[in-house]
Design a protein around this ligand. Structure first.
Ligand code: CUA
Length: 323
């Protein structure tokens, strides 16, 4: 079983256990009764069958007993469901944006992160949105799974009882990168969470660009450094290099300059790099400053490739956050 750190989780687990135990008991009792009937009413022991016509007691029993059992199961299922759907007051609202193939979490103060940071003990309400197709936010440790559907607002809530890092999966097949659409819930002590929320990274420059790209999920598909990630073209050494793209079916080779990279971020499908599918979601709302920071970061990857550093994997958020 997954570690349990959720209050409605207890209701869910109890309902699951109840259904399991109930089914097990029914299975064992029915099997024993069937065996007994086989033995008792074998034609050697019971040569003449009895012709029974109606039995009110039996009929009442087999109607009322299953009714009570099923209503009991329903009651516990329903209380668990109600606990999942009733958000306690004072919950922190976090906007969750799902896209192919990453998650972005936006906090009440406007901060964004590619993983979900929460304070231990505090209820958290997730407002789910999808930027493209149907995804599903699945955090098994908290017993929550909720679809993110384009054009529809959905929600879920949970409470982390213990500090730690918990897995989050996408539980709805959404394309070739579905299996990599992973992130984590990082439950921190309230004081650490307050400090984390107040942290703001650099406003401009390559570090800001890297943070921004991380928050936008770029690194889920694009490799940096010597990472193995072939969902999208590698970002290492991309800036200023030659790329072969498809323009309305015709192939051509162009230089990855500012104009091309900006267009590729805002409207990825227009000049698609040869060999890749048109799966990147457009990011048309980036400000000029944000775009410049991203371009500066991409530029910095070229100078870094020379000395072999320049890795920006998912474990670097802490370093990138700055003070
Ligand atoms: Cu997103 Cu599967």
């Amino acid at each position: 079983m997954y570690p349990q750190s959720y209050s409605p989780a207890q209701e869910i687990d109890f309902a699951l256990l109840l259904v399991f135990v109930f089914s097990a008991v029914v299975l064992v009792v029915l099997t024993l009764v069937t065996c007994w009937f086989l033995w008792r009413y074998h034609h050697k022991r019971n040569p003449t069958p009895t012709d029974i016509r109606g039995n009110v007691t039996a009929e009442v029993l087999w109607t009322v007993l299953p009714f009570l059992m099923v209503m009991g199961l329903f009651y516990y299922g329903w209380t668990g469901f109600k606990a999942l759907r009733t958000v306690p007051s004072g919950a922190m609202n976090v906007q969750v944006t799902a896209r192919m193939f990453s998650w972005t979490f936006t906090y009440p103060n406007g901060k964004k992160s590619p993983y979900l940071a929460v304070p231990v003990g505090g209820p958290v309400k997730l407002d789910l949105k999808s930027a493209d197709v149907i995804h599903s936010f699945y955090a098994p440790a908290f017993r929550i799974k909720m679809d993110a559907v384009p054009g529809m607002d959905t929600y879920a809530w949970f409470r982390a009882e213990r500090a730690g890092t918990y897995d989050v999966y996408c539980a709805e097949y959404c394309g070739v990168g579905h299996s990599r659409m992973l992130t984590t819930i990082r439950a921190m002590e309230p004081s650490a969470f307050t400090a984390w929320m107040a942290e703001s990274g650099p406003e401009s420059g390559p570090e800001a660009g890297k943070k921004l790209m991380d928050a936008h999920g770029c690194f889920s598909c694009h490799a940096v450094g010597d990472e193995k990630n072939d969902m999208g073209p590698t970002l290492q050494g991309l800036y200023g290099g030659k790329v072969t793209v498809t323009d309305n079916g015709a192939e051509k080779t162009i230089t990855a300059d500012d104009a091309y990279l900006e267009e590729s971020i805002r409207d990825p499908g227009k000049l698609l790099v040869k060999g890749y599918d048109n799966v990147m979601p457009p990011d048309a709302d980036l400000s000029k400053e944000q775009m410049n920071a991203m371009l500066e970061y991409l530029r910095s990857l070229v100078s870094q490739s020379a000395n072999g550093s320049g890795h920006a994997g998912h474990e670097h958020h802490g370093n990138a956050a700055g003070k």
